[in-house]
Design a protein around this ligand. Sequence first.
Ligand SMILES: *[C@@H]1O[C@H](CO)[C@@H](O)[C@H](O)[C@H]1NC(C)=O
Ligand SMILES: *[C@@H]1O[C@H](CO)[C@@H](O)[C@H](O)[C@H]1NC(C)=O
Ligand SMILES: *[C@@H]1O[C@H](CO)[C@@H](O)[C@H](O)[C@H]1NC(C)=O
Length: 386
Amino acid sequence: MPRSTYVTLALLLAFSSLASAQKKVVCYYGSWANYRTGVAQFNVTNIDPFLCTHVIYAFIGANTNGTVKILDSWNDVSLNGFKDFNNLRLKNANLKTMVALGGWSEGSATYSTICNNVALRTAFVTNLYNFLVKWGFNGLDIDWEYPAQRGGIAADKANFASLIKELRAKFTPANLLLSAAFSADINSYGTSYDVPTLATNLDFINLMTYDFHSYGDGKSGENSPLYAASIDTDKTMNSDATVQYWIKQGVDKMKIVLGVPLYGRSFTLKSATSNGLGAVTVGAGALGPWSQEAGLLMFSEICMYQKNQTGWTVQWNAAQQVPYAYRSTLWVGYENKQSVEVKGKYAKDNGLGGVMVWAIDYEDFRNFCGGGKFPLISALKANFTA
Ligand SMILES: *[C@@H]1O[C@H](CO)[C@@H](O)[C@H](O)[C@H]1NC(C)=O
Ligand SMILES: *[C@@H]1O[C@H](CO)[C@@H](O)[C@H](O)[C@H]1NC(C)=O
Ligand SMILES: *[C@@H]1O[C@H](CO)[C@@H](O)[C@H](O)[C@H]1NC(C)=O
């Protein structure tokens, strides 16, 4: 071979290993954010195409006959949601655009039915592949919540692994990406996940390391604690426990992606004067003006509240490396700049392949609060890639 060929080959190899070793910043986009009103309305045009390395459009669903179900044809098709999302790559050719299948509201039963029948599963793989090609997505993220739970059957664990293997075989020749989102609760893994098979066949693994505590607990607790609190009876209910579980299974660390919530879980305290961690609560925190969901506040709402309203107290929970804040009987465990900096550094120090956020539309994307646009994703990324 001529010398120039060797040089070209060496360069290609260098680039391809760089590409596979690229640190990922994965951002989910909850497409229903387009229905928020006024200043909180967020759609594809609000996504900065240079902020994340991978953006994931949530969600598409499935029919029990193995076809893909478009969940909101008005928003996704008529308003050009899918098309505009994939066209973000015209602004940044290095950006990867993916679509997420499933999610909490889609439940588990449909996926259980499809995957338990080889003919249906085979058709499903083909239908998903055709869907990605038709709309121009770079890949698929599977959010089956969760195999063998919520109306599933015991065989889901093996059937999910088969689905992933079959998708991998179909996607590799077309250079399509395949990822999945996983429960943070490692106590459920024996029921739901064949970890070695899944890890081998996925390009990356999005750990949903949040929702560790919410108002159903009857006491205040952090949404995404990095470490256990002294009052925790279950010491696995934190992001570090989930990450270290995957590492101990021998999974390639470059496939492990740490999830970071850009929202808080809110509670109504029984008493405004008993407001620490583990304080007695009587229900969900009142719904936020923009998200309109009891028990949840978007980061944009939390920072706006703290700016507009007097009477907020913010505490740094040093043991768990996250803040909480309260005002009268409203209590919220959430993320701020400091906690995402810690999480970015944690992902870096542990040699993980990426960080992930749910969701980009929860961010302070208009700079209401004076920390710049997208302050949390920017701080997370800076500390992870430093
Ligand atoms: C699959 O089911 C959906 C929803 O019931 C239906 O609209 C579609 O026509 C079916 N497709 C096939 C190929 O059977
Ligand atoms: C996206 O949001 C902007 C306002 O920020 C609005 O003008 C536009 O119509 C929206 N696009 C779609 C496709 O709904
Ligand atoms: C809070 O302040 C912002 C401007 O910083 C304003 O747009 C918004 O309407 C205010 N929200 C509430 C609920 O008072």
